[in-house]
Design a binder for this molecule. Structure first.
Ligand SMILES: NC(=O)c1ccc[n+]([C@@H]2O[C@H](COP(=O)([O-])OP(=O)(O)OC[C@H]3O[C@@H](n4cnc5c(N)ncnc54)[C@H](O)[C@@H]3O)[C@@H](O)[C@H]2O)c1
Length: 312
């Protein structure tokens, strides 16, 4: 792995005495992931990119792995100086050998591994288009979704966790899922069930390796305004989400990044085995007719829906 010049300083610090101090007290102003090393899959765009930037801005060295690294020269260039510790690597997370090579190389280069973020998901148009229900979804679609969405995270964790334990005696796995992993949906049977398995993998790692020092958590975001998400949703689907959301604004990649940084830091040191839903309240306990209650509670409807909340 070629180490860009700007990484050399961080590398020297990491290798200095082999230790990294505890992260900051909340509000203490110190970078929360100073000189920790993170691997983020699907890190070239969308939520993964935001997580990579967020972690780098908190002092981490980030290896961003993506199947498609085209048009991403700006990932490191865009970053301000504090976030200039991102290395981009090309691989399909379903390719276990390639992922093992990248993880091994990252540890060989940076001397440690602290965080793994399993963010990549099978978003190819042919998968999204054909992943409907148990009757209609082709086996190839199912297999691709499972290869990327659950086999990939399993393999990455399988290769990353031993390095974490060996180099730091601790570790942190963060998986990115979806509320559909709890609820199912009218379409996306392979997507939602593979993400449900990711919830299980999260708990399994937390249980099997918690006492060894590894924490494992999962973030289940609702609609987050990424290009991919918007391309895959009709205006009607977006409107339905807007009508059932309890907060005034849509979700942004930075929302997920902020939670991922928190989960990767010592600030969340007492949290493990959890899947945290972040969906603007859509899945919280509110009446299913919340958005339809013009007849019974017109004042509430006016207060909540009278104002145009804008896109998505
Ligand atoms: N955006 C949303 O509304 C939303 C909602 C719920 C869950 N999620 C989850 O968030 C994650 C990211 O979604 P996004 O909206 O940022 O998507 P995105 O398409 O914008 O980004 C995904 C990135 O992953 C890469 N990728 C895809 N397949 C890969 C593979 N096999 N190996 C390596 N990299 C691969 C893509 O090239 C892309 O850069 C996914 O796990 C998705 O299921 C997103």
């Amino acid at each position: 792995m070629i180490v860009p010049k700007r990484l050399e300083q961080a590398l020297a610090r990491i290798r200095g005495d082999g230790t990294v101090g505890p992260s900051a007290e909340p509000g203490g102003g110190m970078a929360k992931l100073q000189d920790r090393v993170a691997v983020v899959t699907g890190g070239a765009r969308g939520i993964g990119r935001s997580i990579a930037l967020g972690m780098a801005r908190e002092g981490a060295v980030v290896v961003a792995v993506d199947i498609d690294t085209s048009g991403t020269d700006d990932l490191t260039a865009e970053a301000d100086e504090a976030a200039s510790t991102i290395v981009l690597r090309q691989a399909d997370v379903a390719d276990g050998d390639a992922m093992k090579a990248i993880i091994d190389e990252a540890v060989g280069t940076f001397g440690r591994l602290d965080v793994l973020v399993n963010n990549a998901a099978a978003m190819e148009p042919w998968v999204m288009r054909t992943d409907v229900n148990v009757e209609t979804t082709p086996v190839e679609t199912w297999d691709r979704a499972y290869a990327v969405n659950i086999r990939g995270p399993f393999l990455a964790a399988k290769y990353a966790v031993p390095h974490m334990l060996k180099t730091t005696g601790a570790g942190n796995v963060i998986n990115i899922s979806t509320p559909a992993g709890f609820n199912g949906d009218v379409a996306g049977v392979a997507y939602s069930t593979s993400k449900a398995a990711l919830h299980g993998l999260t708990r399994s790692i937390a249980t099997s390796h918690g006492r060894l020092g590894v924490r494992s958590n999962c973030i289940a975001p609702g609609l987050i305004l990424t290009e991919a998400a918007l391309q895959n949703m009709s205006p009607e689907q977006r409107q339905a989400r807007r009508r059932h959301r309890l907060v005034r604004r849509p979700g942004w990649p930075g929302d997920v990044a902020a939670l991922a940084v928190f989960l990767a830091s010592d600030d969340s040191g007492y949290i493990t085995g959890q899947t945290i839903i972040m969906d603007g309240g859509i899945s919280s306990v509110h009446q299913p007719w919340y958005a339809e209650s013009a007849v019974t509670h017109p004042d509430m409807v006016e207060a909540n829906f009278g104002e145009d909340l804008g896109e998505a």
